[in-house]
Design a protein around this ligand. Structure first.
Ligand SMILES: [Zn+2]
Ligand SMILES: [Zn+2]
Length: 128
């Protein structure tokens, strides 16, 4: 996937790094590892992360304050993250039923949800 954004190289480096790691990383962890590649300011990291989030390439895992690569194409589906407390692995599921349920819930109260977050903590298949 190509990025048509300014600061392309920084965002690309952060994206490729996250992709390689295959698990959520904090901004500090990313910064620490990418310092050798010329990304040394926290603001640079946050700017790159924000761009990647708004491009739909990565997600922020709010409960971990960490970022992870998106698993694929969402369309109108809502992502649900399973977070293993033992190994730290995160699995992303995309579910249209939950998206529809949320929509009808919100319609009852006229609430406009812009960023529904589902993060489930537990243990993955490998760690049980
Ligand atoms: Zn995703
Ligand atoms: Zn696990």
């Amino acid at each position: 996937m190509s990025l048509k954004i300014n600061n392309e190289t920084h965002a690309n480096k952060v994206y490729n790094f996250l992709k390689k790691k295959k698990k959520p990383l904090s901004a500090y962890e990313i910064l620490k590892e990418l310092a050798s590649e010329g990304i040394s300011a926290p603001t640079t990291i946050y700017r790159a992360l924000n761009k990647l989030v708004s491009n739909g390439l990565i997600h922020k895992i709010e409960s971990l304050n960490a970022w992870t690569v998106c698993c694929g194409n969402h369309d109108n589906k809502v992502p649900i993250f399973e977070i293993c407390k033992s190994c730290g692995n995160v699995t992303e599921h995309l579910d249209i039923n939950i998206a529809n349920s949320l929509k009808s819930l919100s319609e009852k109260t006229g609430f406009l949800a812009d960023n529904p977050i589902f993060e489930i903590h537990g243990q993955c298949n490998n760690c049980i």
